[in-house]
Design a protein around this ligand. Structure first.
Ligand code: PRP
Ligand code: URA
Length: 206
């Protein structure tokens, strides 16, 4: 199911991310900020448990998070989203999936994966700024499910209709979160109007 997140700050920051003149430093910082704002909304339904703590003035009956959060960035571009979210959820553990799209076939090629234990008990957030054909995200979700994850949220910044359809078909149990929904893909599989190549813009490789 698709959740298109709406907030004036998200819209404004996404506009800056899309500008072709935004340099590497601003792109990286803005992408991290957007990821943090999205995480604030996405974690609304995280369960809490009752606890009692001591304040300087006495006992306080209160709550703390009752569920682990695991972030799984899809390399490379997903790495740009980790800092913005982990600064809000410092207890989050982090897994990694290394994957790139073959330029000819657009098929995802996996070159690395490593996860924390007990994914089945955690809310797992798969992070990738771009949901284009959906090939990379659907493959990443399959890898995470094979590791035992049950509660999975796919967090992308910009998506195309093709990618959303693919995830809804392959993984109907996964919630999809986007800050922007674009029109289409071009003949090279890039999202239009999109923001270009997210990995290259984050890491200054072009
Ligand atoms: C980009 C992006 C996604 C994928 C999206 O990665 O970060 O992982 O493409 O496309 P899809 O939905 O059609 O699979 P890329 O292959 O450019 O690798 P990179 O992050 O290392 O640059
Ligand atoms: N990957 C990107 O980085 N950008 C796109 O538009 C599509 C895939």
């Amino acid at each position: 199911m698709l959740h298109l997140l709406k907030h004036p700050l998200l819209t404004h920051k996404l506009t800056n991310l899309r500008r072709k003149d935004t340099d590497t430093k601003e792109f990286r910082e803005t992408l991290a900020e957007i990821a943090g704002l999205m995480a604030y909304e996405i974690t609304r339904d995280l369960p809490l448990k009752k606890i009692t703590i001591e304040t300087p003035l006495g006992s306080c009956h209160t709550h703390e998070l009752a569920m682990d959060v695991v972030l799984v960035p899809v390399l490379r571009a997903g790495l740009g989203m980790v800092g913005g979210i982990s600064s809000l959820i410092p207890s989050a553990r982090i897994g990694h999936i290394g994957m790139y799209r073959d330029h000819e076939t657009l098929q995802p090629m996996t070159y690395y994966s490593k996860f924390p234990d007990n994914l089945g008990d955690a809310m797992v957030m798969v992070l990738d700024p771009m949901l284009a054909t959906g090939g990379s995200s659907t493959a990443a979700i399959k890898i995470i499910k094979d590791q035992g994850a049950k509660s999975i949220k796919l967090v992308c910044i910009v998506g195309a209709p093709e990618g959303i359809k693919r995830i809804e078909k392959d993984h109907p149990d996964v919630q999809i979160y986007l800050a922007g929904l674009d029109e289409s893909l071009n003949d090279k599989g890039y999202i239009v109007p999109g923001l270009g190549d997210a990995g290259d813009r984050i890491f200054g490789t072009k």
